[in-house]
Every structure is written in C-alpha cells, then in structure tokens.
Design a protein around this ligand. Structure first.
Ligand code: COA
Length: 177
C-alpha cells in the first residue's frame, strides 16, 4: 500500500480486494463514459459481479499480475491493471490499463500508479517488458508514458471505431530489469 499526498488530501493506492468487485464494476461502467480513449464506452463493461471477483482473485494469485485501485475517502477514484502473459513464452510481458476519474486528474495519481507498476515489475522475477496501447489523440496519457520512459513501438491502424470514425492506436513499451 502506498499513500499519495495531494492538494485535496491523501490518496491510498493499494491492491484490489475481492470485496471491491462491485464498486470496480460500477466504476468501470461510468468512468469509461468520461472520455473516448477506452476500448469500451459507458455501461459497456459487461462483467458481472461474480466474474469481477474471479478476475480480482486471478490477479492476486498469478505471479506476474497486479490490480491496483486508488481510494479517496472510501471511494475508488482510479484503477490500474498489469496483466502478465499466461503462457510461458509471453509471461515476461505485462500489459497495462489505467483510468483515473476525471475530477481527480492532474493530482499525480496516474503517475504514482504507473510508478508502482514499474517498481513491481522491476522486482518481479518474471516480467521484463511492459506494454500498453494508447488512443492516437490521448495526449495526456502519451505524455505520461513518455515521461516514464515508454517508447513508441508501432501504430495500430483503425484500432478504435467510435461512432463510425476510425482512430489509430499507438503501441508503447518499456523494458524493465
Ligand atoms: C492519462 C491519465 C491516466 C493521467 O492520469 P492523471 O492522474 O491525471 O496524471 P498525473 O496527474 O499523474 O500526471 C502525470 C503526467 O501526465 C501528463 N498529463 C496528465 N494529464 C495531462 C493533460 N491533461 N495534459 C497534458 N499532460 C498531462 C503530464 O506529463 C503529467 O506530469 P506533470 O503533472 O508533471 O506535467 C488520466 O488522464 C486518465 O485516466 N485519462 C482517461 C483514461 C485514459 O486515457 N487512460 C489511459 C489509456 S492508455
């Protein structure tokens, strides 16, 4: 568990527990409506409570995975996941997803959660590479990832189709030892 001091108070960053599942499902269903940079939109996170509980358990049990939440005054305000490959040949690669609720942007939460993931990966004996995919127009996220040393690996054409319009996705990576 890590604490982040911000101008609005202390934000707790910790691993998700099974009893967070309901709030996480609700969070993912509304937060994704705030911007068009996710792979799904509002109310499109069609995972039921029992499946979310299994997902959290799986993240907890697997040796190359991490499921983080950021909590402010007992409310989840951000989630970040690191999903290491489940097969031996790709177990060293961890895929990252991160979302901070809009009213908590620019407080350092995203950066802190990414740093926790990177530190976890550096210490992890399996992981040696972090990967993510970011929407071409997501300048805030691209700036954050560049700041942390991520490099551009490629362009995924037509990766997103949002309201009939295509957007590219940028693949980024970071080698960790
Ligand atoms: C991208 C995101 C995770 C950043 O989270 P955050 O908590 O607001 O970021 P931080 O406050 O930790 O900022 C860290 C750095 O990111 C960059 N950044 C964040 N927001 C920015 C903005 N609006 N404009 C420009 N740069 C920005 C800056 O480099 C910033 O460092 P600085 O404050 O020293 O300038 C957040 O905007 C978010 O959740 N967006 C919607 C979901 C999303 O896009 N997820 C990523 C999908 S790949």
């Amino acid at each position: 568990m890590t604490e982040l001091e911000t101008q609005i108070g202390t934000i707790e960053i910790r691993e998700a527990h099974v009893n967070d599942a309901k709030e996480i499902v609700e969070f993912k269903n509304w937060v994704t409506g705030e911007v068009d940079y996710h792979t799904y939109g509002a109310n499109d996170y069609k995972i039921c409570l029992q499946d979310e509980e299994k997902i959290i358990e799986m993240f907890d049990q697997r040796p190359n995975c991490l499921f983080l939440v950021a909590v402010f005054k007992n409310e989840i305000v951000a989630v970040a996941t690191l999903s290491g490959g489940s097969k031996e040949r790709v177990a060293h690669r961890g895929n990252i997803g991160i979302t901070v609720a809009k009213r908590f942007w620019r407080l350092g939460i995203g950066k802190k959660m990414m740093e926790v993931i990177i530190e976890y990966s550096v210490e992890n004996p399996i992981l040696t590479k972090l990967e993510l995919l970011v929407h071409q127009d997501n300048r805030a996220a691209i700036k954050l990832y560049n700041q942390l040393g991520f490099f551009r690996e490629g362009l995924m054409q037509r990766h997103f189709k949002i309201e009939g319009r295509y957007y590219d996705g940028i693949r980024m990576g970071l080698l960790v030892e």
